[in-house]
Ligand binder design. Structure first.
Ligand SMILES: C[S@@+](CC[C@H](N)C(=O)[O-])C[C@H]1O[C@@H](n2cnc3c(N)ncnc32)[C@H](O)[C@@H]1O
Length: 413
């Protein structure tokens, strides 16, 4: 078997990235854009030992669950993975994927609830990072090749309009990336040009971008060209300030649902102390503050902590404080005694120090918000002697991609 060989195979499962899996002799073949039951002619694009990656040349029998992708870049662009599945199928796929991962890596069953769907499966993203190399686009599937795009269906119209303004009016020399963030409540846009030192600010068509905040980033330096160096967004009853380098969930509508799920499972009665670990701009902690005695947020990114302090003041919340630093290290030095610990780490999950400190604190309840079920399952296993999983609620924050958010509620044993 070698590169470019063609084969006919039948897809018998889907992997965790939404790719079809087929078996041929003792090879395992991963095929993008192929559904279970489909017989496909494939061409081998990568081969390593007994693992093959392949692309579809022709679908010989089409699954009834297949839908036609609305995006012309679907096959090349690295953004979406599931545009060939109906939305109902996507939801089922994600729900089952979380169940399988929990069974396989955490050895737990019957804890995963039905997934919470997304009302808007297109136009839901409030952030995009465009790659630039003479043209503007996104990285390709599993590659650093730029796929030029005119429009992304996951973005709101206004972001696509501004993308078009940039494509048609801007000299892109010395631009590496363009980040856009959009606030629906305030109808405002922030555009950050990540550039090399040779870039001249006059390349930016400022007049055509007059309704946006425009910034230029040279290495770590941020220069305001127009407007503000932050965006305001409303989530529930709260207004949040988000600086360019601060984390903010990319699906504003589902973010509110996610936080409401955390609140609903928190068991808070205004008498409890809450630790909000990996707190970003303080969003979850502020949602919980109305039902808590005191909240302490811990976050490593200084810019996010500055935003969090601004957000505390702006929203007149008096029972929340923040510490800047690595979770595990800050916990080691902190005397705060929580009744509830909320963690919302990056994809990598919790590190050893964070796990050991959480175990040491021994709070009655932990709510783990996770964007990667595999690291969630690993961490559940690492906590299993101390904590029992009560429920896991998957939330579809990232429709049309294989990603899934989960809220996992754990009680002390
Ligand atoms: C998935 S985000 C969650 C942010 C916030 N909870 C929210 O919903 O917007 C993860 C956050 O963890 C922060 N972070 C990453 N590593 C960290 C560490 N070792 N200690 C503390 N915070 C960390 C990141 O800067 C980021 O803000």
């Amino acid at each position: 078997m070698k590169l470019s060989d063609r084969l006919i195979v039948t897809i018998d499962a889907l992997d965790h990235q939404g790719r079809g899996i087929a078996h041929y002799n003792d090879f395992v073949i991963f095929v993008f854009d192929a559904l279970i039951g489909e017989k496909v002619e494939i061409e081998i694009t990568k081969i390593k030992k007994k693992i093959i990656e392949a692309k579809v040349i022709e679908i010989l029998n089409v699954s009834p669950e297949r839908v036609t992708s609305i995006c012309p870049y679907f096959k090349e662009c690295g953004g979406c993975d599931l545009l060939h599945m109906s939305y109902q199928k996507q939801l089922l796929y994600k729900e089952n994927k979380v169940r399988e991962i929990m069974k396989k890596f955490a050895h737990i069953e019957n804890v995963v609830e039905n997934i919470v769907p997304n009302d808007n499966v297109f136009g839901y993203r409030n952030k995009a990072v465009f790659q630039v190399k003479e043209k503007i686009g996104f990285f390709g599937k599993k590659s650093n090749e730029l796929v030029e795009i005119e429009k992304c269906f996951l973005l709101p119209d206004i972001m696509n309009e501004y993308l078009s303004i940039l494509r048609n009016n801007m000299n892109l020399d010395f631009v590496n990336q363009i980040m856009m963030r959009y606030s629906k409540s305030f109808q405002s846009l922030m555009i950050v040009f990540d550039v090399s030192k040779e870039f001249s600010n006059s390349q930016i068509p400022v007049k055509k971008l007059s309704k946006a905040s425009v910034l230029v980033k040279r290495k770590e330096d941020l220069e305001i060209i127009l407007g503000n160096d932050f965006l305001l967004e409303k989530v529930g009853d709260y207004t949040f300030k988000v600086s360019p380098n601060s984390f903010f969930q990319v699906n504003t509508k589902q973010m509110e649902r996610l936080y409401q799920i955390v609140l609903d499972h928190s068991g808070l009665t205004k008498n409890e102390n809450v630790l909000d670990l990996y707190c970003g701009t303080g969003t979850i902690g502020m949602f919980l503050s109305k039902k808590a005695k005191e909240v302490l947020g811990i976050e490593i990114n200084e810019s996010a902590v500055k935003d969090a302090l601004w957000n505390k003041k702006q929203n007149c919340i008096h029972n929340i404080n923040f510490k800047c630093g690595d979770t595990g290290s800050v916990l080691k030095e902190t005397l705060f005694k929580p009744d509830l610990i909320v963690v919302d780490p990056p994809r990598a999950g919790l590190d050893e120090l964070a796990i050991s400190q959480i175990k040491k604190i021994h709070a009655p309840k932990v709510i783990y918000v996770s964007c990667d079920p595999v690291t969630l399952a690993r961490d559940i296993k690492r906590l299993e002697q101390d904590y029992e999983v009560i429920t896991i609620i998957p939330v579809d924050m990232f429709s049309n991609t294989y990603h899934v958010e989960c809220v996992c509620v754990l009680n002390i044993r």
